[in-house]
Every structure is written in C-alpha cells, then in structure tokens.
Write a protein that binds this ligand. Structure first.
Ligand code: ATP
Ligand code: RIB
Length: 294
C-alpha cells in the first residue's frame, strides 16, 4: 500500500487562447470544475497505475468536499482517514492556454487545517510501502508525517511543490525527491539539471528532476544517473503531469522495478495525462500505460 499525506483542491479551470496579462481581461473558451490538489492527484495517479492507495488530508463541509471525497473513493483510494472539517475546501484557480501551459493560484481552505499525523495516521503510514508528500499542507504537518514514516522505516517521496524553502528537518527525512526543473533550481541555486542533481544528492539518497517535454533525469547517491526523454505527444493540458509522474514512479518502485523501468513507466503515464484536460480527469489506468509502452 502507498499512502499519500497531502492536499485536495477543487480546480476551477478557465481555458483561454492566451493567459491575461496584469490589468487585462480576456474571454475564455470553456470553464470546468475538476477535482485536483497535488496530494489527491498523486493518490489517484497511483491507484489508477495499479497500487492500493490510502489518502490522508482534509476537505471542507461544502459541496466541493463531497465531490473530492467521492472522486478519490471512485478511483479506489481508501479515504477512511480523510478529515471533513467546517468551512470551505481548498480550491485552485487555474488558467490553461492554447499551448497546454497553466498558471495556478491555490487557496488552501481545509488543507490549511491539517496538523501532524494522528495515531491512526501513524499506524497507516507505518504499514505502507511508501509515503508520498507534497507542499500544499502546513509545513509542520508535512515534516511530522515525513518523520513518522522514517521512524517506521517507510520510504518518503517528496514533490517539493509549490516551490518554497525546504527546512533541513524535512529533507533529512526524505528518501526520494521529485522536483521539476524550476523547483530543483530554486532548492539548489543552480539552473543546470545535472549540477542541480549533484547538489540534491548531497541532501537526499535519490532524486528525479522532471524536465517537462524534455523528459526526466534520475540520480542516486551511489553514482547512478539515468536520463529518459519524454514520450513525443501533443500536449493539451499539462496540469498534474508532475503528480501523475510521481504517483506512477512510486508504484513502479514499490513493485521492485529498477530506476530506468520506473522512469519509463512514469514518463508513459505522464505523457498520457498531458494529452487530456484537467488533473484527476487526465490520469491513465495501468492498462492504458502498459498499452502505450507496448
Ligand atoms: P505540473 O506542475 O504541470 O504538474 P511539473 O512541472 O511538476 O508539472 P513537468 O516536468 O512539467 O512537471 O512534467 C512531468 C513529466 O511529465 C515530465 O518529466 C514528462 O515525463 C511528462 N511531460 C510533461 N510535459 C510533457 C509533454 N509536453 N510531452 C510529453 N510528456 C510530458
Ligand atoms: O499539480 C497540479 C495541482 O496543483 C492542481 O490540481 C491544483 O489543485 C494545484 O494544487
């Protein structure tokens, strides 16, 4: 089982030809509400990719909260430890342009109420093969969850997004870090992915830097380096490509696949996701991932 301790947001998505500049108003083509949030996305991606998955987080007592919980459950994710709290669920205000690129504002809502893991959360984490974390919950809660996993000998996989300074107390508990190239540059202060990888591996055992349409770079502190290209596809919406990659990579690793196989499996899953609109709506099933690799 893979456990995700993370955020759930309702994504409020406007599709436009070109995102508005400051002070500008543009007319959009379409508007959709789509369940998302980096934590929920990774949980759904991992479940669709073939793992048993549990999600720990919080949604509000609003209609979005009901839809977010139901979407996770419909994907087969165990939501028995999902909190339902007074007030509003988290939302993400997203603009997607004609190139498939996005810009996002997150308002945390219920995600901001999540504290460190409870006794039940700790028991679930300790029984897991991996704990997936992102940075859309309060930092103290993320650190406490990472430490709980590490104390139980459970690998901790962190997507350090949205980009922000990373306390040593967090990185000390991380096994595998999966930043995109911008996050890797922000953490290490170096723009070159190869140099950023060297710097990351002085702080964690393993890292994957995702490089969008340029693929992904893997490194381990034992000296292994693997670069895989992205699958050539026409992207329509890259929202949650990174989450799909992280969820699928965790599944492949938990099945004992080596780093190169895990990279190829995750790249195939993410390439499928960028060809579909939305976050939770875009993640492929295992059958789809394997068919695309055949
Ligand atoms: P997001 O924030 O949009 O979820 P991200 O910035 O975290 O994404 P990226 O590095 O953009 O992550 O993408 C993650 C992975 O998705 C890449 O390593 C690649 O495998 C795949 N991917 C992203 N964009 C494309 C694309 N245009 N074509 C094919 N694969 C892509
Ligand atoms: O990584 C994509 C996610 O970021 C979106 O689903 C949105 O909710 C934001 O959290």
């Amino acid at each position: 089982m893979i456990t995700v301790f993370g955020s759930a947001n309702m994504d409020l998505v406007a599709y436009v030809s070109k995102a508005p500049q400051r002070g500008e108003t543009v007319t959009g083509r379409e508007f959709r509400t789509i369940p998302g949030g980096k934590g929920a996305n990774q949980a759904i991606a991992a479940a669709r990719a073939g793992a048993a998955v549990a999600f720990i987080g919080a949604v509000g007592e609003d209609a979005f909260g009901t839809e977010l919980r139901d979407t996770l459950a419909a994907a087969g994710v165990n939501v028995s430890l999902l909190r339902r709290v007074p007030g509003l669920s988290g939302i993400a205000h997203i603009v997607v342009d004609d190139t498939g690129a996005n810009s996002i504002i997150v308002v945390p809502g219920a995600n901001g109420t999540v504290g460190g893991p409870t006794g039940n959360d700790r028991a679930l984490i300790a029984a897991s093969q991996a704990l997936l974390l992102q940075l859309e919950l309060p930092m103290e809660a993320v650190i406490a969850a990472a430490r709980a996993a590490r104390e139980a000998g459970v690998p901790v996989i962190l997507t350090p997004a949205p980009a922000q300074p990373l306390p040593n107390g967090l990185l000390d508990a991380v096994t595998l870090l999966i930043p995109n190239e911008h996050e890797a540059a922000a953490i290490t202060g170096t723009a070159s992915p190869e140099a950023a990888m060297d710097a990351l591996l002085r702080r964690v055992d393993e890292a994957v830097i995702t490089l969008g349409s340029e693929g992904a770079l893997y490194g381990s502190s034992s000296g292994e380096r693997i670069r895989v290209p992205a699958v050539k596809v026409q992207a329509v919406d890259t929202t949650a490509a990174g989450d799909t990659f992280a969820g699928a990579f965790a599944v492949a690793q938990s099945e004992g696949r080596d780093a190169e196989e895990a990279l190829r499996f995750a790249s195939a899953a993410a390439a499928l996701s960028v060809q579909r609109a939305g976050a939770s709506t875009s993640m492929p099933t295992r059958v789809e991932i394997e068919a695309s690799q055949a």
